[in-house]
Design a protein around this ligand. Structure first.
Ligand code: G3P
Ligand code: CA
Length: 263
C-alpha cells in the first residue's frame, strides 16, 4: 500500500461517518452528524428506532439506557417523552478527555429533523434496526423519503434483516440497499449467496474483523459494493483499502480522510 495507491483510490472509497463522528461527539446527535460532514465523511450513518407513537428516531439501541438518561424500551415511550431526555451527558461521563459542555442536554433527533437539517441532497446511510420489533418501519421510512424529496441517488438503506430490505425493495424498487452481515467466524460467501443478495442489494456491509482479501475480492468481482464496519484504526483502514473495499464505516471520518490522502 503506497501513497499513490491511496490517491488513486481516494475518490472511490466512501467515508461513512458511523453514528456521525461518534468517536468525537455523542453518537446519533445532530452535533455528531454535523461533525461527520466537517470531518470529510461522505455519508451520515443513521440507525433507526421507532417510538410508541410511530415516529422514527435516530438511535442505535432498542433501549434508552446507554445513550440517554432514560431507561427502558424505545417502543414504550412517545416522541414527546423521548424529547425530554439528555442524549449527550453520557458521552462526557464516559469520555472525560473528549467531554464538552455543549454536549450536555443534546436531544435525540427524529429522522424528520435529520432530513430538515441536512436537506434533500445530503448523503444518508440509513439502517432499519430491529425491524421485527417495529412493524411498518419500512413504509414510514419510504414515506419520509418521499415527503422530504430525498435524492435517492445519494441515499443508501442498510439492514441486517434481509426481510426488511426485501420490504423496502417492494415498496420502492429504486431504493439502493446494502445487506449487513455479522460473522462470528472467518467470513465466506458462496456464489449462491452472492446471487441472492444481488437480486435486491447493491452491496454488503460485513463486520471488518472477520473478512479477508478473498472475501473482499469475491464481493467486488461480483459487482457489489463492500463497506465493512466499524473501522477506527489506521492500519486496518489501510489494509482494507489495499484489499479493495469500496468504503467503510468509521467513528473517525477525519482519520479515514487522512488515510485516503496518504497521510
Ligand atoms: O450499520 C453498520 C454498522 O453500524 C452495523 O452495526 O451495531 O453499529 O449498527 P451497528
Ligand atoms: Ca448501523
Amino acid at each position: 500500500f503506497t501513497v499513490a495507491d491511496a490517491k488513486e483510490k481516494d475518490k472511490e472509497i466512501l467515508n461513512v461517518s458511523h453514528r456521525g463522528a461518534s468517536g468525537h461527539a455523542p453518537e446519533h446527535t445532530i452535533t455528531s452528524y454535523k461533525m461527520g460532514e466537517q470531518m470529510h465523511g461522505d455519508y451520515i450513518e443513521v440507525d433507526l428506532q421507532m417510538t410508541k407513537d410511530g415516529e422514527l428516531i435516530a438511535m442505535h439501541d432498542e433501549t434508552l439506557d446507554r445513550t440517554t438518561n432514560g431507561t427502558g424500551q424505545v417502543k414504550d415511550y412517545t416522541l414527546e417523552e423521548i424529547k425530554q431526555l439528555d442524549a449527550g451527558s453520557w458521552f462526557n461521563q464516559k469520555y472525560p478527555e473528549k467531554a464538552k459542555a455543549e454536549y450536555e442536554g443534546l436531544k435525540v433527533p427524529t429522522l424528520q429533523e435529520v432530513f430538515q437539517t441536512f436537506g434533500k441532497n445530503a448523503n444518508y446511510y440509513i439502517e432499519t434496526k430491529s425491524p421485527e420489533v417495529y412493524p411498518g418501519m419500512e413504509q414510514k421510512l419510504a414515506d419520509m423519503v418521499k415527503e422530504y424529496d430525498i435524492n435517492k441517488d445519494t441515499l443508501l438503506v442498510q439492514s441486517f434483516s434481509a426481510d426488511s430490505l426485501l420490504k423496502m425493495n417492494q415498496i420502492d424498487p429504486s431504493m439502493k440497499l446494502v445487506q449487513l452481515m455479522w460473522y462470528t467466524s472467518p467470513a465466506a460467501l458462496t456464489d449462491a449467496e452472492v446471487q441472492v443478495i444481488k437480486q435486491y442489494a447493491i452491496g454488503v456491509g460485513p463486520n471488518s474483523a472477520m473478512i479477508d482479501q478473498e472475501y473482499v475480492q469475491k464481493v467486488v468481482e461480483n459487482g457489489l459494493e463492500i463497506h465493512p464496519y466499524t473501522v477506527n484504526d489506521k492500519d486496518e483502514m489501510q489494509k482494507l483499502i489495499a484489499w479493495g473495499v469500496t468504503g467503510m464505516f468509521t467513528n473517525f471520518p477525519d482519520l479515514l480522510h487522512d488515510v485516503k490522502k496518504g497521510k
